[in-house]
Design a binder for this molecule. Structure first.
Ligand SMILES: [Ca+2]
Length: 483
């Protein structure tokens, strides 16, 4: 598929400036002009792992896992070493990816009971008034699909099919949220569009079936622009690698599952090459939060793990790949965040992010395209744990705020956590507290933290610019029915 045909497609679809005008988007004299300036409409693919750690891929230093496909993807594309998610657990992290906003802004930092993620049959979900990446691209003429774990609400108004995706196939929340003694959860559902087709989902076949669905979607839409969001169920516990991969790695079921994802990512990239779509497709591979400390994953050399605001919880392995557009074999150390994908995709697709609300993400195409001297657009990055601001990063400096107590996602709070300043450029493992040596840096970061408190809030303090999550009164379980 060549650019010319894609331009023709957009023209044929009648996607002029007037027809693209959407509520909430810039309209003051703006004309749709793709960021690349050639009128092309690139495809977008986000491969989003669940709980994969910073040190779990060969190209990010793993000596345990064999990831030749992802290593090649990094050789042909760009690695990001300071790529962040906005939470160290699933739901809030995903809310940010889809909307370009901090989860606290969207009221997606906790469930209806104050727990850190949504559980089955919750009343809460991503507000239908929020604008997702998929909605922005769909209005631009893209075919859109979500394959895998959603986790932004399991009630009908919150499902991917209502949030800009033409098609959905997957398990709508975590794979450990099926039937359990202490809960009334329904059997883990596998859903096609809005219908449960299998329960409990046969988990060891999921990575393979997700990939088959993804490749089918790519083939079907090879002649028009598409957006594929592929949030894998693996490598979240319970680990369920496919039979062909079980027992093959040097790191138990966890390593097997990582190597399986590597293999199937290779299949997707090969499909793009075979269809001559590689030069037209922007692929991102990353994870929704750091590895847990319990199942064999590694965040090395970072400190901390899933569920913490140390780097190991919120800094992810990230590879961006787009032959011909993203320079091969480069590494970017600037701060970039999943929230940046929405505005960046919007601009690449010739449109704009919503203008009637605060969007925290920024265009990072200058970083991705390795523009000389390009700097992170983020003056500050904020680390929230549920509703508590715990740390702030600006440039190379990260300040952990003094907290009494320091909240945890699960387990008892830590009674007291002291103020600590780390130089992440020279101390990536957050070991040497330099607060006493750099009082002015501490002062600057404390002022940035105060900006976040005013804007987004902190515990009982209400932020000035918050929006509401979606809500349904009578939530029902997703069940397999006989029809
Ligand atoms: Ca996760």
């Amino acid at each position: 598929m060549k650019n010319l045909n894609r331009r023709d497609f957009l023209k044929a679809a009648g996607l002029t400036a007037a027809s693209l005008a959407m509520p909430g988007c810039h309209s003051d004299g703006w004309q749709p002009q793709a960021l690349l300036g050639d009128g092309s409409a690139p495809n977008f693919i986000i491969i989003f792992c669940d709980d994969l750690g910073y040190g779990d891929l060969g190209c990010f230093g793993s000596k345990l896992h064999r990831t030749p496909n992802l290593d090649r993807m990094a050789d042909e594309g760009m690695k990001f070493t300071s790529f962040y998610v906005t939470s160290s657990v699933c739901t809030p992290s995903r809310a940010s990816l889809m909307t370009g906003c901090y989860p606290k802004r969207l009221d997606m930092h906790q469930d209806s009971h104050g727990k850190c993620v949504l559980f089955p049959v919750d009343k809460k979900g991503l507000n239908p008034n929020e604008i997702t990446i998929a909605e922005i691209l769909k209005r631009r003429g893209y075919a859109t699909c979500c394959i895998g774990k959603w986790h932004l609400g399991d009630q009908p108004p919150f499902l991917p099919t209502r949030r800009g995706f033409d098609y959905y196939f997957g398990v709508p929340y975590s794979n450990d949220m099926g039937v359990r003694k202490e809960t009334s959860n329904p059997p883990l559902p596998l859903v096609r569009n809005e219908k449960v087709i299998e329960a409990p989902a046969v988990q060891h076949t999921l990575t393979k079936r997700y990939t088959e669905e993804a490749i089918k979607f790519i083939n079907k839409n090879r002649d028009r622009p598409f957006f594929l969001y592929l949030p894998h169920t693996m490598v979240h516990d319970p680990l369920n690698p496919g039979k062909e991969f079980r027992g093959k790695s040097a790191n138990g079921l966890y390593g097997d599952a990582v190597e399986e994802i590597d293999f199937y990512t290779g299949q997707i990239l090969n499909t793009l090459k075979d269809l001559d779509l590689d030069k037209n497709t922007f692929v991102i591979f990353t994870s929704d939060n750091g590895a847990s400390d319990r199942y064999g994953g590694s965040n090395a050399p970072l400190r901390g793990h899933k569920g913490t605001t140390f780097e190991g919880g919120m800094r992810e392995p990230c590879i961006m790949w787009w032959p011909g557009q993203i320079p091969a074999g480069k590494t970017c150390h600037q701060i970039a965040v999943t929230m940046d994908l929405l505005p960046t995709f919007a601009l690449l697709a010739g449109t704009q992010p919503p203008a009637d609300r605060i969007i925290d993400g920024r265009n990072i195409w200058p970083l991705i395209s390795a523009k000389p001297k390009a700097k992170s657009p983020h003056r500050a990055f904020y680390y929230y744990q549920i509703d508590q601001l715990q740390a702030v990063r600006s440039g190379k400096w990260k300040l952990h705020l003094p907290l009494t107590p320091k909240k945890r996602h699960w387990g008892k709070p830590i009674p007291h956590a002291p103020l600590a300043l780390y130089d992440l450029e020279n101390d990536i493992a957050e070991k040497n507290n330099l607060a006493q040596h750099h009082p002015n840096v501490v002062k600057h970061l404390l002022a940035l933290a105060e900006e976040a408190r005013r804007d987004l809030g902190d515990l009982d303090r209400k932020g000035a610019n918050l929006r509401q999550a979606g809500w349904v009164e009578n939530p029902k379980p997703l069940l397999l029915t006989s029809k």
